[in-house]
Design a protein around this ligand. Structure first.
Ligand code: OGA
Ligand code: MN
Length: 197
């Protein structure tokens, strides 16, 4: 049932290496996902990987995260969508994706994530990045835009984190950053990988 959307994403990856889809999924899923993270006590300060170890550096990254759990119905629905996308991309683009991992991220007021690449240095394990947004009624003045750059560091896109918007891009090709959010900001960042962890 998602075939049309999968095809659109695959075309975007082939043509441009990235795609932004507004109103991507069934509208109910956003509020179901938000309900599933009402209890936010176990969100943890996110780390930064520099290929051999992970450390916390709140000068560069301030969000808090929690990995998705398939036991939850809403999170399971989201993971079914990404599982279908993984299979479609493997069938149509022969990407050989073997695994998907995703976490919720909460940016509190004032939080940001400096410019970075998602693929770890010296390893090609993160191949395709997805970012899905859960912010109803986000205003321009709320900040928190995702800025996507090309390999020469030219600004390609400025993405407001609107509810039900999905961004997909090739992990190694696009440096990106999250500008300071002036309001609590929710997203799900995920990665299709070629290895198995
Ligand atoms: C990430 C990331 C972007 C966003 O978690 O690696 O780049 O807009 N997130 O939340
Ligand atoms: Mn990223």
């Amino acid at each position: 049932m998602n075939e049309k959307l999968y095809a659109k994403i695959a075309d975007g990856l082939v043509d441009d290496g990235y795609i932004i889809v507004e109103d991507a999924l069934d509208a109910n899923i956003v509020n179901n996902l938000l309900n599933s993270i009402k209890d936010q006590d176990d969100f943890k300060q996110a780390g930064i990987s520099n290929s051999d170890h992970l450390h916390i550096d709140n000068q560069r990254r301030r969000d808090r995260i929690r990995w998705l759990q398939a036991e939850d119905d809403a999170q399971s629905d989201f993971l079914k969508f990404t599982q279908g996308l993984q299979e479609y991309l493997n069938r149509s683009l022969y990407l050989g994706l073997s695994y998907y991992e995703a976490h919720f991220a909460i940016y509190d007021r004032g939080d940001f994530y400096e410019k970075h690449l998602d693929a770890f240095k010296n390893s090609k394990n993160r191949v395709v990045t997805t970012v899905y947004y859960l912010n109803n009624e986000w205003k321009e003045s709320d900040g928190g835009e995702l800025i996507i750059y090309d390999k020469d560091d030219n600004r390609l896109m400025e993405v407001t984190p609107d509810s039900n918007k999905l961004v997909v891009f090739m992990s190694e090709k696009f440096p990106h950053e999250v500008l300071r959010a002036d309001k609590k900001r929710y997203s799900i960042a995920g990665w299709f990988r070629v290895d198995k962890i």
